[in-house]
Design a binder for this molecule. Structure first.
Ligand SMILES: *Cc1c(COP(=O)(O)O)cnc(C)c1O
Length: 355
């Protein structure tokens, strides 16, 4: 048998990434995530299209952030950095802490106190990060870490670090390779807007190389309470249950608008009820538990379809950015499930089963 050991996205796509043969690759074998065909969902929402879900929750720390983090930490290591820092709504801190541990670096994370899903916080704790919870939101945390990284010898690994975008663009490569071309529509949650920027870069690069025939329409969705790009103004107090996109001043704002305009797509918003509906629909119709922010892509598809913005017969990809296990509180709260308790007697169990 031939050896075929997948060793992460830098190794797989090194010809498209800013690395050399001597770059010390820091990897947890991220990437290569499932692209799952969602026929039940298509039927349920009455859309005559091929829908695919890119399940980024299967990355090593459970979100797409690992794609960017393998590059950012690899380049930090190459440059001799001893410490990294980030602001985070949760997933960036989990990812930075994991890759920091793998690289033998100290990791500092600034988080908004009280707005981090339990799973994400527990990850950063276990990977050994220094966690600093500030009385403030993500946008304020990001301002602080940018300031700190300019004055002290710690490397910033938020998506304003261009290597993050480089790593994350590989998601687009994987989708194009799986489908044999770019999809027609690309639905994606938008928070700090790094990911929509990265995917668009990936699609543009494969088009320029002649590997694909077109760009997908980039369909970005913010949460209504944090819809800075849609409303055209910074949101000082962003609010949404989708904490991963609870961001009022997206760092890659201009790049997201560029992706929208060059691809003929849209940036719109979905409200918390629409996010929760999509979150539950994904789990109950497709067997996929993604975290609430991730469901914004599917909520966006449902909204765009109702608005008549999706042509039938097309190929659609929705990015599911993070794993639903990170936020068990939301899962329990919104599932509506009541656990039935009985004695251990067969008759009682059958009664509870109502069969
Ligand atoms: C970070 C994150 C987002 C938002 O991505 P941006 O690049 O900030 O737009 C969406 N969903 C999840 C689960 C995330 O962790």
């Amino acid at each position: 048998m031939e050896k075929n050991h997948y060793q992460g996205l830098i190794n797989k796509y090194r010809q498209y990434l800013p690395v050399t043969d001597t770059t010390p690759v820091v990897t947890l074998n991220e990437g290569n995530t499932p692209l799952i065909k969602a026929d039940n969902l298509a039927k349920k929402i009455g859309l005559d299209c091929e829908i695919y879900l890119k399940y980024e929750g299967s990355n090593p720390t459970g979100s797409f952030k690992d794609r960017g983090m393998t590059m950012a930490v690899t380049k930090a290591k190459e440059a001799g950095a001893k410490a990294i820092i980030c602001a985070s709504t949760g997933n960036t801190s989990a990812s930075a802490a994991a890759y920091g541990a793998k690289a033998g670096m100290k990791t500092f994370v600034l988080i908004p106190d009280g707005y981090i899903a339990l799973g994400k916080l527990s990850q950063a704790m276990m990977y050994g990060a220094e966690i600093i919870a500030i009385k403030g939101n993500f946008d304020e945390a990001l301002e602080r870490v940018i300031e700190i990284s300019q004055k002290y010898p710690v490397t910033l690994v938020n998506s304003v670090n261009p290597f993050r975008i480089e790593g994350q663009k590989t998601g687009a490569f994987e989708i194009c390779e799986a489908l044999g071309d770019a999809p027609d529509y690309h639905f994606i949650p938008v928070g700090n807007a790094g990911n929509i920027t990265a995917y668009f870069k990936g699609y543009e690069e494969f088009l320029a190389l002649g590997k694909t025939t077109h760009l997908p329409k980039m369909m970005g969705f913010e949460a209504e309470g944090a819809a800075a790009i849609v409303k055209g103004e910074r949101i000082l107090k962003p609010e949404t249950i989708a904490t991963a996109i609870r961001i009022g001043n997206p760092a890659s704002w201009k790049q997201a608008e560029n992706a929208r305009d060059k691809s003929g797509g849209i940036i719109n918003f979905v409200n918390d009820d629409q996010i929760v509906e999509a979150y539950k629909l994904l789990a109950s119709t497709e067997g996929i538990l993604a975290e609430p922010a991730s469901a914004a892509s599917v909520a966006g598809l449902i909204k765009a379809n109702k608005l008549g913005l999706v042509e039938p017969g097309k190929k659609i990809v929705c990015i599911l950015t993070g794993n639903g296990l990170k936020d068990p509180d939301s899962a329990i709260k919104y599932s509506g499930c009541e656990v039935k308790k009985t004695s251990s007697e067969l008759s009682d169990i059958l009664k509870a089963m109502q069969i």
